[in-house]
Design a binder for this molecule. Sequence first.
Ligand code: NAI
Length: 462
Amino acid sequence: MTQDYIVKDINLADFGRKELDIAETEMPGLMALRTEFGDSKPLKGARIVGSLHMTIQTACLIETLTALGADVRWASCNIFSTQDHAASAIAAGGTPVFAIKGQSLVEHWDYLDRSFQFPDGANMILDDGGDATLYVLLGARAEAGEDVLGVPTSEEEEAIFAQIRKRMEQSPGWFTKTRDAIMGVSEETTTGVHRLYDLQKKGLLPFPAINVNDSVTKSKFDNKYGCKESLVDGIRRATDTMMAGKVAVVCGYGDVGKGSAASLAGAGARVKVTEVDPICALQAAMDGFEVVTLEDVADSADIFITTTGNKDVIRIEHMRAMKNMAIVGNIGHFDNEIQVASLKNHKWTNIKEQVDMIEMPSGNKIILLSEGRLLNLGNATGHPSFVMSASFTNQVLAQIELFTKGEQYGNEVYILPKHLDEKVAALHLAKVGAKLSKLSPEQASYIGVSNEGPFKPEHYRY
Ligand code: NAI
């Protein structure tokens, strides 16, 4: 049989397997799903394309999907986030995976294309940031004769347009056929979810979607507590800088911003926050952080982190104003939060993988992490297994839901029902030694809930 994977070094598989064995002990939600559904195999017949950071935690997700009967092919959703030993362990286990830490943008889209190439075609997508969905939908629109592959406005677009043209030449009609066979997509992150709601609004969503991000047990845990651990981890592995006493600016105070500010504060940094939303700005202030504008602090802070999911947040004028050796990084999904493209004609000195020093016209230098891509996965290993277990348990439940009950869903974006959200949380309590109290029947009726849950109304915000 010809080799059906692309990894850096298949000999890393043993190391990957050992770390996977450890991760399994920290991912009780996924392991419980293997016990609950391992025999009935609700995903038998599912051919799932995964486009999500190829880490050890993701390896545990992949092995859960296959234990539930699915066929899986996988690519990473970011060029720097792959853990090569994790990819090798998955490839060695027989699941096709196409991911190398430090792959080029051209390879990124080629690998995603390869992850769609099931002999019988894909029928499910598990996405993080929406690239797999974008690839199929953009290609299908191009096949329909729409002028969607115009002049690219970024290197990213150049690479995806080229890959779409290549596939159209190789297999005419492939995108349309693939789009029509997809039964649904489950989406991991805030940015991908924005893209899905946008498609729905424009009437361009051709299959049902589950917004995994807005399960409470995803965004209020992974985005927050995950970043609380992994942001500082990334900055330290990249720079070994002393965090205590430094002034750090966190742009955005949503879920990721809250975790990021807590991460830096926990390490002893003096944290300031920028926000555009008055509610989040007030939250930041009442959590004890000074709320400032970037213009006010660009020349005085030591560390700058974007967490907004928005574009052009740290611009060239901000970076020019920064003091010598300021550290600049992003933890949001895409690299356009920082205007990295505008630094291209500056002098870059590579310090080590995913760490560059860039000289400004004034002679001041800045340290840029992961070329502006999410630094917790580029410079470190992303969130710890335990919190990813909660996220990925939602992912598996969403895949089961779409694959087994897809006909009950329209072509819209849905959130998993609250009883499943509570189930995900419940599966993680024992690991942290948490003991639940029980409502008496009188108490349950007094606050108007069932003793078995859901314990909160839909409008409750946690
Ligand atoms: P969110 O929507 O909860 O928070 C973003 C915040 O940024 C909002 O409060 C918004 O008002 C603010 N904002 C927008 N434009 C701004 C600007 N120009 N200046 C200052 N603030 C601005 O989104 P969430 O869940 O916090 O996600 C943020 C990003 O992080 C997304 O791209 C998401 O996909 C990504 N993400 C990354 C993770 C990682 O491990 N690196 C984990 C989870 C999410």
